[in-house]
Design a protein around this ligand. Structure first.
Ligand code: 13P
Ligand code: SF4
Length: 637
């Protein structure tokens, strides 16, 4: 909390002169149009609304703009910086004199749109490398004067900041090397002049890298400038973890994943701040009485009671509060899968992501239909494993083992398509969830000596480790360079290289920072978090387990929770007697879970009330048959 306050104060300090300048250039002696057309005492209410999907950053700056124009304006943020929004979502509301609101509007939106644009682009890069441990960094390519604002927006997007400016880190580039007469003298002089500052050295060739690696004590970081993917791979092998490596130069969204796959630790991207398009936002004002609070909540209640027992609404714990409020049943993915088999309702309205709704459709009784408020709400993790790619890996495993079906059990995490569940069902395999992964893996290993686990490498690794399987007996599948037959034969657990872009954002340094601040804090994380985070945590478990732990804890318990932020916020509200924090500084939201909104749920129920069946989740009969088999095996374990 303390750090958050400090961060906001620093941001506002940096923004203050920019706000003054911007208001002077835009409003100058006055907004003549509003003064001419609006009565001086007219009070208006405004809503700042997202017109495109993105990540919000800069709300404190927007608020400061309104207050710089008129301190009496009431500003209420409806989301937090770092939060993903969908088109149409209200970001903030303002109430005050109409003339003041309209005078502030453009400047406030200019800051908010620029910063949100940077956060949005950063999040795209962060997501692109989410299956790897690589960290996305910014550069000094910021808008002059906006350095701190731009860098704040990068953090809100989930990236990290490189050096702030020329004074807080030594970065030796070719010009410095040439002037100093070589890498070694340049490093020696930098060390002598500024012994407390970290040192990074830029290299353009592997020969230069070798030279830098020979320096003792080692430098703090090496920048690989504009190297090819092959050179980066060699650089990673040469450095062998002794010095963190940063890839730099020509990093596009398309190349980011390939670069991360080389094994570099950091990737710096100038585009984050010099080429981010602004996020499209708008502000609409009206008289307060004309913008009565949205009545979607009451519409939901009405439609729901009108449809009565014909529908059941199931919602995953990561859903928005407004959606949770009308759910008949809340649960983690195992509980929701079980519940889908128990309901008699004609329609299962599934508020969660697509694979969960598919699971419900597979388990539903004959005649029951599963509907989703947004059929495009997928899952980043599930999408890392296509049936084709998994089948190609299986063929290679089959060739290496001779007879895969006697030697290895395919196990799919429930976060996968129905086609992959069917793939497992057909091959004696099984599904697992985060609640039962340990039991399922044990079951699988009792039947055949090996397991092929997809798509989440972290859940697979964390669970196998809990069963006592050493890391040396786990093999991470590499799609670009598939392992050879010998490596496949040596492995007991083969892990698909997928990861969740939400849980991948929790890092061991977050755990250390929380513990440093609060030595008594309990760290509670979801098993989709990377192993280094799970190893440092006090408790690990599914969303339902996380809820149980908090419920059972005595008043005054302090928690840092490593899972999706809507659940963490709900726990904060439900347990005000405990201190509950997100494990990360910029708490991550699941973008696709957020796609289910009050609006599209109302639309779905309204259509049903009119007798129209829309957004039905359908799994073809063949896939449904085999997927059911794999799910039933799981439900019996
Ligand atoms: P749970 O099974 O713990 O609900 O997790 C599902 C999920 O998608 C977590 O990211
Ligand atoms: Fe998928 Fe991650 Fe969202 Fe869970 S949190 S639904 S794994 S993207």
């Amino acid at each position: 909390m303390h750090r958050k306050m400090e961060e906001k104060e620093l941001l506002l300090q940096a923004a203050k002169p920019l706000i003054d300048l911007a208001i002077a250039e835009d409003v100058g002696p006055g907004d003549v149009t509003s003064q001419a057309t609006l009565p001086a005492d007219l009070v208006l209410h405004g809503r700042i609304v997202a017109k495109a999907a993105g990540v919000v950053a800069g709300l404190p700056v927007a608020e400061a703009v309104f207050h710089a124009i008129d301190p009496a304006i009431e500003f209420t943020a409806r989301v937090a910086d770092g939060q993903e929004v969908v088109p149409g979502e209200v970001i903030a509301e303002v109430t005050g004199l109409g003339r003041s609101l309209l005078a502030a509007e453009r400047t406030a939106l200019n800051f908010l749109q620029r910063m949100s644009g940077i956060a949005t682009l950063t999040r795209q890069f962060v997501d692109a490398v989410a299956c790897t441990p690589a960290t996305i960094l910014d550069t000094r390519k910021t808008l002059p004067g906006h350095r701190l604002l731009d860098k704040y927006a990068v953090r809100m997007g989930g990236g990290q900041n490189h050096r702030l400016a020329l004074y807080d880190m030594i970065l030796i580039k070719d010009n410095h090397v040439d002037a100093a007469g070589g890498i070694l003298p340049a490093v020696a002089r930098a060390r002598a002049a500024y012994p407390a500052l970290p040192i990074e050295v830029e290299v353009r060739t592997l020969a230069e890298l070798r030279e830098v690696l020979g320096i003792t004590p080692p430098v703090d970081r090496v920048m690989l400038d504009n190297m090819s993917l092959a050179e980066m791979r060699q650089a990673v092998a040469l450095a062998a973890g002794r010095v963190p490596l940063e890839a730099s130069g020509n990093v596009t969204l398309e190349r980011a994943a390939e670069i991360a796959a080389t094994g570099v630790d950091l990737i710096s991207v100038g585009a984050l701040t010099h080429s981010a398009p602004a996020l499209d936002l708008s502000m609409k004002v009206a008289r307060p009485e004309a913008q009565a609070p949205l009545s979607l909540a009451s519409q939901l209640v009405e439609f729901k009671s009108g449809l009565g027992h014909r529908i059941v609404i199931l919602a995953h714990h990561y859903q928005r509060d407004e959606v949770m409020a009308v759910a008949d049943f809340r649960g983690d993915s195992l509980e929701l899968a079980r519940n889908a088999t128990r309901t008699d309702a004609e329609f299962i309205v599934f508020c969660g992501v697509h694979f969960m709704a598919e699971t419900a459709a597979v388990l539903a009784r004959p005649g029951q239909r599963v509907l989703s408020p947004d059929l495009t709400a997928g899952c980043y993790l599930a999408d890392t494993a296509t049936p084709e790619a998994v089948a190609a890996a299986w063929d290679r495993i089959d060739a290496a083992l001779g007879n895969a079906e006697a030697e290895i059990t395919p196990v799919t995490y429930v976060n996968s398509s129905a086609a992959l569940k069917a793939f497992c069902g057909q091959r004696g395999g099984i599904v697992c969830t985060s609640s039962n992964a340990e039991r399922v893996l044990r079951w699988a290993l009792e039947r055949r000596p090996r397991v092929f686990f997809f798509p989440d490498q972290h859940l697979g690794r964390n669970t196998a480790k809990r069963l006592g399987i050493p890391l040396t007996e786990m093999l991470l599948w590499d799609r670009d360079q598939p392992p050879d037959a010998e490596a496949i034969r040596r492995a007991r657990v083969i892990l698909w290289p997928g990861a969740c872009n939400v849980h991948q954002r929790f890092r061991p340094e977050h755990v250390r920072a929380r513990r440093e601040h609060f030595p008594d804090i309990r760290i509670l994380v979801h098993p989709e978090c990377p192993m280094k985070v799970v190893d440092l945590a006090d408790e690990v478990g599914s969303t339902a387990y996380i809820i149980q732990q908090v419920r059972a804890a005595p008043s005054g318990t302090r928690w840092a929770i490593g899972t999706e932020t809507r659940l963490v916020r709900r726990l904060q509200q439900e347990h005000p007697d405990q201190q509950i924090l997100s494990l990360a500084d910029v708490p991550p939201f699941c973008r696709t879970m957020s796609q289910i909104t009050e609006r599209n749920l109302v639309d779905l129920l309204a259509a049903l009330a009119r007798g129209q069946i829309v957004n039905e989740v359908v799994v073809d009969a063949e896939n449904a048959h085999w997927a059911r088999l794999a799910l039933e095996r799981m439900l019996q374990v």
